[in-house]
Design a binder for this molecule. Structure first.
Ligand code: DAH
Length: 387
């Protein structure tokens, strides 16, 4: 540091004056003061930045600075010398301090101006992208299904995920000893010891909503009931929690033909292909008679699924004409009313439509997966292929 070097040399020189033999007149002291003054004021004027200015300040008026040392020397002067040197040193100190303050203000202004010159914002630059959440494929597909069925005149019904035995099984014509109860891999809710009431279950399907809806709102009705269902099962096409959508249409003259048309229209709209082909395969469900499982024509080429062409068939849903016992359980006269019901796996539809290979990843909450397969919240549920 140049300043400190200079100061060191001059400091010594002044100390010599101060503690040396007393001067007979004030001449040399006054000339020392005036030399020091011009030297320090020059240093102040030349300080290139705030750091250099601070070093100058410490070297001049700091505790061990040159001016301070000279002031300390006052005690050893004769009263006459003191009379002259004292006020002169005070004046010097004041002058230096105000020079320092002025220079400091000047340097700060310059520093600010430099910042203003170099740190600028391009207000026309595009904003940084803000991370947005995405819509889960299950939510997206659920919205698509609701939109398609809304066009067909269907409302949306809901039921509880913790069901009782009666709605999940009995009312759907699945009595306690029925083998279908075993097939469902049901989760039973905990019961306290000694509580012999039938246990509650996590609903194994959305079919109980059929009963609840008809009980509460009567018939005729046309509803779908999307929601979560639970079964104790886990592999790459099964998770313990998954999603179904139930369909129910009851009126006086609803037939299997209406069921077929409805499901074909739905698949056409959902998969966005005009030439969907469905195969109704005779099956059995306790709550429908007759019952049919429905397969859709598709092809797998290079691991890619195409709907509506090829030689493969993929099962997508279960359906049938609602069993008279089910209508009766819901308080509906089966002599007057009849209709169809169906149950579709929502997750499976999402896998098929969007080419997602592993069901388990749906519920892992892996952000990378969600960003890849998720949908923008501004996407409209796809209705192409209109009804
Ligand atoms: N509840 C059935 C299941 O989870 C699916 C089902 C089949 C629902 C036929 C229906 C139906 O409404 O008619 O396996």
């Amino acid at each position: 540091m140049v300043n400190r070097g200079l100061m060191g040399a001059t400091g010594l020189q002044f100390r010599h004056h101060m503690i040396g033999p007393k001067q007979s007149n004030s001449g040399p002291v006054m000339s020392d003061i005036s030399n020091l003054k011009s030297k320090i004021l020059q240093q102040v004027a030349e300080a290139a930045d705030l750091d250099a200015l601070e070093a100058t300040r410490v070297a001049a008026v700091g505790k061990k600075g040159e001016v301070s040392l000279m002031m300390r020397g006052l005690g050893k002067m004769s009263p006459e010398e003191k009379k002259i040197a004292g006020p002169a040193l005070n004046a010097l100190k004041n002058e230096i301090n105000s020079a320092l303050a002025a220079r400091k203000a000047g340097l700060e202004d310059a520093a600010l101006n430099e910042r203003l010159r170099t740190e600028w914002q391009d207000v026309s630059a595009p904003a940084r992208p803000v991370g947005q959440g995405s819509v889960h494929p299950v939510s997206q597909v659920t919205e698509e299904i609701i939109a398609i069925f809304a066009d067909l005149g269907y409302g949306v019904a809901e039921g509880p995920q913790i069901e009782n035995d009666y709605y999940n099984f009995d009312a759907l014509n699945i009595p306690p000893e029925h083998p279908a109860r075993q097939e469902f891999d049901t989760f039973y809710m905990h019961r306290d010891e000694g509580d012999n009431r039938p246990p509650h279950v996590l609903r194994t399907h959305t079919s109980p909503v059929q009963i609840r809806h008809m009980e509460k709102h009567g018939v005729p009705c046309r509803i779908i009931a999307p929601g979560r269902v639970y079964r104790s099962d886990y592999d790459n096409t099964h998770t313990p929690m998954f999603h179904q959508v139930e369909g129910l249409a009851i009126d006086k003259d609803i037939s299997m033909a209406n069921l077929k048309w409805t499901l074909e229209e739905f698949c056409r709209a959902f998969f966005e292909v005009d030439n969907v082909e469905l195969k109704f395969r005779a099956s059995h469900f306790p709550f429908t008679e007759p019952s049919a499982e429905v397969d859709i024509r598709c092809s797998w080429q290079g691991g890619q699924l195409k709907i509506g062409e090829g030689d493969d068939w993929m099962e997508i849903l279960g359906s049938g004409m609602v069993h008279p016992k089910v209508l009766k359980a819901a308080g509906v006269d089966p002599e007057v009313y009849q209709g169809f019901a169906f149950g579709i796996g929502i997750d499976r539809l999402a896998m098929l439509k969007y080419g997602i290979p592993d069901l388990r990843a749906f519920f892992d909450s892996d952000l990378r997966w969600l960003r890849h397969y998720g949908f923008s919240s501004l996407d409209m549920p796809n209705m192409r292929g209109g009804i």
